[in-house]
Design a protein around this ligand. Sequence first.
Ligand code: KIV
Length: 259
Amino acid sequence: MKGRQRIPALTAYDYPLARLLDEAGIPLILVGDSLGMVTLGYPDTTHVTMADMEHHVRAAARAQPRALLAADLPYRSFDTPADAVANARRLVQAGAEAVKAEGGRSILPQIRAIIEDGIPYLGHLGMLPQSVLVEGGYRIKGRKPEEHESLLADALALAQAGAFAVVLELVLPAVAAEITRAVPIPTIGIGSGPDCDGQILVTLDLIGTFPWFRPRFVQARLEGAELMKSAVIAWRDSLGSAPQPSAGPALPHPDASHG
Ligand code: KIV
């Protein structure tokens, strides 16, 4: 697939969205831990647990998509190779066909252990949302020469370890393009410019149903939140007002005492 076709990838955290994406011909669906922010209302992804991930993987897997269903290993679930394998197996048991974790050479033993266990592995480099508290924010990676070199070395290490593809998040576009040329596996960009082999987005950003925060690099293709609100308001208004009782005793006020 690398170099021949752009790979479209999107996130889904439940049955209907996984089914819709599959019907739309999306070949890679990710149950991302972004669900923590855009579905569970956490301030960042560090609050997402294995139980959260398993619950949402099960829901998405019930759609039985033809697409490859990948799932994120959440924060601190892959601190050691043993943890990484045990938790990757839990995600597979819930219905995932591949797992993703954030990091490069620093988690190579964990990545190798997962791949040796026979579980397909998707890498994730660049801005790593699970590190937001340590880093103090979300910022573009690859501007500094040492960061640029390190990203390239991480991507090569992931490919060599056997990752089937690597997500590049908020990587300087020129650096993402260079990594894409250098590695034998597909790169899947998010906010990393147009030259990756594929692109991934949080679907709710694409369809505009999480209007309270919108990453600058996403152009929503639908104002989903506005449409939903208008539909709800139209339905509410269609009910009209309740007919007023013309006779009989008035209903007791809910605050009236029982005694
Ligand atoms: O958690 C997620 O949804 C992700 C993608 C956006 C790459 O990691």
